[in-house]
Design a protein around this ligand. Structure first.
Ligand SMILES: [Zn+2]
Length: 374
């Protein structure tokens, strides 16, 4: 749990730095054990699951179309590429997967729960389907993930969720491709992990990295290098200076509704075309050069930045929050936590208000309190 908390906090800190919006619900898998057990029970009842060697498995042979994202041959190639594939003789079919473990290769698994099949823990595919159904219902519009999740993870999620529900589960799947360096995929196992905090320590504005990502299509692999990032950091600085200039100089003139409508439509077309952020950025650059008044440009910049989230109209970059200010906020969050613990809710509210006056928005989650500038 300590390890999980450490990485959750680090993840959300970097997440905030990239101007991403906090989700309304963050649900740790460990909170949903009864839901996992329920879904597995239903899958057993419906005949989609079986017990073998004290584990519960999903039976992939019960499905007409298990390989939803591609052909069997392609996906088996991907399986071969995975490092953690080990043969399990309890499986009836090669791609059957565990729904509930009571016996596994991790004999010293620390987190275990009681279940109708013995003390153990859930398989990781079941976690995702249950958590999303619990909060978003039985039909999802969009499900995202990395391209490396297509098989087996998302394939298995669909298999179990649709067998459980008896109908289609997700309308769209959006898979983002890898961030590579010159030597290939950056991955934790190769020690090549790069975090936003590392970039910040090296003096880069996280917004420059965000712009770097937006310049490429999410379904294409993105090659990272510091030379490339230096280029984009320059571009971001120029872009930000220019947008800020426009926003500040915008007189109280009326917005040119026709021009506004045309550019807004172009921008929306780009975004609606499978999230073509590179084209959307081109529309932004067109607006900067366009022969329309500053008030119209300002309105468009603000509208586009609701999607791009590049802090285009912000006086100073997000990172300009000083170290002292960060320390102050962290300290106040700590004091508020103590006040709450002592059931002194008046004091806790006072601290929240004091921070709010300084533009700090608090978000309480089970993992702790996160903050961002309003
Ligand atoms: Zn998942």
């Amino acid at each position: 749990m300590e390890i999980a908390k450490f990485y959750t906090k680090a993840f959300f800190e970097d997440f905030n730095k990239l101007n991403m919006r906090m989700p309304d619900v963050i649900e740790p898998a460990t909170n949903c054990i009864p839901e996992f057990i329920h879904m597995i029970e239903v899958l057993l009842e419906k005949g989609y699951a079986y017990k073998a060697g004290e584990n519960i498995y999903f039976d992939t042979s019960k499905l007409d179309n298990y390989y939803v994202f591609g052909s069997q041959a392609e996906e088996e190639l991907l399986v071969g590429a995975r490092e953690d594939v080990t043969e399990d003789e309890n499986k009836r079919n090669k791609n059957d997967f565990v729904l509930w473990f009571t016996k596994s290769k991790f004999e010293d698994q620390a987190l275990k729960w009681d279940s109708p099949w013995g003390t153990g823990y859930p398989g990781w595919h079941i976690e995702c389907s249950c958590i999303s159904m619990k909060h978003l219902g039985e039909r999802l519009d969009i499900h995202c993930g990395g391209v490396d999740n297509m098989f087996p993870h998302h394939t298995n999620e669909i298999a179990q969720a649709e067998s459980y529900l008896g109908h289609k589960w997700c309308n769209y799947w959006m898979h983002v491709h890898h961030l590579n360096d010159r030597n290939g995929k950056m991955s934790k196992s190769k020690g090549g992990i790069l975090t936003v905090s590392t970039l910040e320590e090296k003096g880069y504005d996280p917004m420059a990295y965000r712009l770097f990502c937006l310049q490429s299509h999410y379904r294409k692999p993105l090659e990272f290098s510091f030379e490339q990032l230096d280029n984009v950091a320059n571009q971001y600085e120029k872009l930000h200076r220019k947008t800020l200039e426009i926003v500040k100089s915008a007189e109280n003139a009326p917005v040119d509704e026709a021009a506004y409508g045309t550019y807004r439509r172009q921008f929306a077309d780009a975004v609606e075309n499978d999230l073509n952020t590179a084209s959307a950025l081109t529309v932004l650059y067109d607006v900067l050069k366009a022969d329309v008044n500053a008030a119209t440009k300002k309105a468009l910049i603000e509208e586009f930045d609701k999607v791009l989230s590049l802090s285009l109209a912000a006086e100073s970059e997000k990172t300009a929050v000083s170290g002292d200010f960060k320390d102050y906020v962290e300290k106040m969050i700590e004091l508020r936590k103590e006040a709450k613990k002592a059931r002194n809710f008046e004091e806790a509210d006072r601290i929240r208000n004091e921070l709010a006056e300084k533009g700090v928005v608090l978000k309480d989650t089970r993992e702790g309190t996160f903050w961002e500038m309003a």
